[in-house]
Design a protein around this ligand. Structure first.
Ligand SMILES: NC(=O)c1ccc[n+]([C@@H]2O[C@H](COP(=O)([O-])OP(=O)(O)OC[C@H]3O[C@@H](n4cnc5c(N)ncnc54)[C@H](OP(=O)(O)O)[C@@H]3O)[C@@H](O)[C@H]2O)c1
Length: 284
């Protein structure tokens, strides 16, 4: 039996959709904080179980009979390590044969502050002795796409990444990779650096948005502090704004770039091109 935590989230739902194509629904446990969010999955025959990273007893119950677990990293901005540890402990108590974790691209060397708790979680997994596969996901392409309406309104994409290249891939591609890793043999001990085949700078992204929309959109590069201010002004909580500005700084140093094509090799097809994702966003 395969359990996916955070299964009510955007990535989790996509992983479950891919799992449904690979294993019978009854073999899938969609573990989520609020099982009411999984009513549609229950109707498909998926086992929807309550699992809150902050309630260890719920995790033990959610993993009953489970053999393979995918931990989707928590959304908390800080304080994720104890939550992840609770999931690791529950999986260990259950004696699972494979534990998969959605980490961050180059988590071992990344200068991004976001990488710290991923690195610590990877260490906790190693220390637990669990047979594990680490899925080091790059930036979601959707992070850029969600800013497109504002970019079109103001004629500018703002950031602090200078000419750093982003190998950002679609959530659906990362989800496909997670489903493959979870259901394939010989995965224990592997670490995958997952990223799109093609990379772009934010100036190139702006140029492509201009080309497709017919509206002038430029890239406006700010200092990390100024960018953090823009994000805070836009309504993001201060700690999240600080982390995102720091991630752009890290991107300017190459932290969100990878050209290993590991993701496309794992999913057996090229990753979805950002041009395609922009077109889908503009026409949605
Ligand atoms: N690579 C990137 O660019 C990038 C960008 C954003 C996030 N991430 C990471 O990737 C993860 C998945 O992304 P996503 O887009 O699927 O995020 P999402 O749509 O916000 O989903 C997050 C999921 O985590 C669950 N969750 C949060 N706190 C929990 C807790 N205490 N116990 C159990 N479940 C909890 C949420 O449950 P509820 O439905 O109950 O809220 C939801 O199912 C994020 O959590 C974050 O760590 C990566």
């Amino acid at each position: 039996m395969f359990a996916v935590t955070g299964a009510s989230g955007q990535l989790g739902r996509l992983v479950i959709a891919h799992l449904l194509e690979r294993v019978p629904a009854a073999q899938i446990v969609a573990a989520m904080r609020d099982p009411a969010k999984g009513a549609d999955l229950s109707r498909l025959g998926v086992q929807v179980r309550a699992a809150d990273y902050k309630r260890p007893a719920s995790l033990a119950k959610a993993f009953e009979g489970v053999d393979r677990v995918l931990l989707i990293s928590s959304t908390e901005v800080t304080g994720r390590l104890p939550l992840h540890r609770a999931v690791i402990d529950a999986a260990r108590a259950q004696g699972v044969s494979l534990f998969a974790y959605t980490s961050m691209l180059h988590a071992d060397t990344s200068p991004a502050r976001l990488a710290i708790e991923h690195r610590q979680t990877e260490e906790a997994i190693r220390a637990s002795g669990l047979p594990a596969v680490i899925l080091r996901n790059g930036w979601y392409a959707e992070n850029h796409l969600s800013a497109l309406p504002t970019a079109l309104e103001h004629g500018a994409i703002v950031g602090a990444a200078k000419d750093g290249r982003f190998s950002s891939a679609a959530r659906a591609d990362y989800a496909f990779a997670a489903a493959i890793a979870l259901t394939s043999e010989g995965q224990a001990g592997r670490t995958y650096e997952l990223a799109a085949d093609d990379a772009f700078t934010l100036a190139e992204l702006a140029a492509e948005v201009s080309r497709q929309s017919g509206k002038a959109v430029v890239y406006n590069d700010l200092s990390p502090d100024a960018y953090e201010g823009v994000l805070t002004h836009a309504g993001l909580p201060a700690p999240l704004a600080a982390l995102l500005a720091d991630a752009d700084l890290a991107a300017s140093q190459g932290a969100l770039f990878d050209d290993s094509s590991t993701l496309s090799k794992l999913i057996g097809r090229p990753t979805t091109r950002v041009e395609t994702l922009i077109a889908a966003t503009l026409h949605s």
